[in-house]
Write a protein of this length. Structure first.
Length: 150
């Protein structure tokens, strides 16, 4: 769970740097383009961009309506399944640029949240609404592991 002292902001910033570094490695050809399950490294970056923008949209809705809606894991899997063909169609350059842009924006959005909004996310057990490393790190760990064997 994100810390009340804002340590999640520090973690987000550090992992954003790792996202940038791995994006540069993909563009330099240092990552294998093809992953398992029909995914590519580019699709992973596009996937990260989508879900960061989804978090921003959820915070925007919270600002308007005072609620944070959830998707079940089942629905998230369906979104990923439906999104994959679109994410696969993006070039590495576009996917990396989108991921970095979305990550920057979600970090800025999270940093600007009111203390009340942070407490709502914490009290309703929605850590990834504040700490994007819950989503980014497993994907970046996978990509970093592939980079070490490439």
């Amino acid at each position: 769970m994100p810390d009340s002292d804002g340590a999640h902001l520090t973690r987000n910033a550090a992992e954003l740097e790792r996202l940038r570094t791995l994006g540069s490695r993909l563009l330099a050809g240092d990552l294998p383009p093809q992953l398992t399950g029909g995914w590519t490294a580019s699709a992973v970056f596009a996937h990260l961009a989508f879900w960061d923008r989804f978090v921003i949209a959820r915070w925007d809705r919270y600002d308007r309506e005072g609620v944070i809606e959830d998707l079940s894991d089942f629905h998230m899997d369906l979104v990923n399944q439906a999104g994959l063909p679109l994410w696969l169609a993006l070039s590495a350059g576009v996917a990396v640029a989108q991921a970095i842009d979305a990550a920057n924006h979600v970090c800025e959005r999270i940093a600007s949240l009111s203390p009340r909004a942070v407490e709502v996310a914490r009290s309703t057990d929605r850590p990834a609404m504040l700490d994007r490393t819950y989503h980014w790190s497993p994907h970046l760990d996978e990509l970093a592991g592939l980079a070490s064997v490439a």
